[in-house]
Design a protein around this ligand. Structure first.
Ligand code: CIR
Length: 261
């Protein structure tokens, strides 16, 4: 008998101001809160299908981007690193995450010159890749490297918001990647599922056990993931895409059961 590792996911439903989320997407003025709430529910159902324990944080009606909880903290073994977010409108979110996760895990912080969004941090078994992006600076990446025994490697993000908007780790040495959006020279030791720039949104997937949660509407990409022996769960993400967010952005994943300390 194999025992499955416990995985906990923190999530937050979109609040009333979600349609005003920060975004450069051409359809950003066309976000439906009702559809987003439905899509969020499907996302949570998918997490539960994979056997993840889901913990809801209270919605924040006055913080439009607060559903993109991934950006507020990075899990580093049994601690969490609070992200000093560059966007002023998102900084309160960090404090909320600090109180929520602080009940379970020890907190690490960065200095006030560092800027970091969790969407830029791609953890792999030996190396943590961190996007050098519009949101994350080198100072933060250097400071993060002091908190982990893994190698920390900066990756320049040349197009789009975060590193994980362009590439995510699917396990088993496999990346899904749109190489036109990042400097991929440090990512060559992985196997790649390469997606075209027109399918770029599908490069943000969430791998949990042998299941990949992916955005709906990319049958070619889905088939390529299946060819690697992985199952997929497809989720309609249209409203989050219009707010520049993807599958990973909607949760903080902690690969263990939590107990209050
Ligand atoms: C923002 O611009 O901060 C949000 N509208 C989208 C954040 C997406 N988060 C992520 O990719 N981890």
């Amino acid at each position: 008998m194999t025992t499955l590792q416990t995985i906990t996911a923190f999530v937050r439903k979109p609040g009333l101001s979600f349609p005003q989320a920060l975004s450069r997407h051409p359809r950003k003025n066309d976000i439906s809160l009702a559809i987003a709430l439905n899509q969020h529910e499907t996302y949570v159902e998918a997490l539960k299908k994979v056997g993840v324990i889901v913990e809801y944080l209270p919605p924040q009606d006055h913080l439009p981007d607060a559903t993109f909880i991934e950006d507020t903290a990075v899990i580093l073994e049994d601690k969490f690193l609070l992200c000093p977010m560059k966007e002023l409108s998102r900084q309160t979110e960090t404090q909320l995450t600090s109180s929520a996760l602080g009940k379970y895990l020890d907190r690490l912080t960065l200095d006030s010159m560092s800027t970091l969004d969790g969407g830029d941090v791609m953890d792999t078994p030996e190396t943590i890749f961190v996007g050098l992006s519009k949101r994350t600076n080198l100072r933060a990446i250097q400071a993060l490297s002091k908190f982990t025994s893994k190698k920390v490697v900066p990756v320049a993000v040349t197009k789009g918001l975060h590193l994980k908007s362009a590439t995510t780790f699917l396990g088993n040495n496999l990346l899904i990647i749109d190489p036109t959006r990042v400097d991929s020279s440090n990512l060559k030791s992985f196997d790649w599922i390469e997606v075209n720039p027109s399918e770029s949104y599908s490069a943000n997937c969430l791998a949990l056990r042998n299941v990949t949660l992916m955005p709906a509407g990319f049958p070619n990409v889905r088939d390529k993931i299946h060819a690697h022996g992985l199952k997929t769960l497809e989720i309609e993400m249209s409203e989050f895409e219009k707010a520049d967010g993807g599958i990973t952005c909607l949760s903080i994943i902690i690969p263990r059961q939590l107990s209050i300390h």
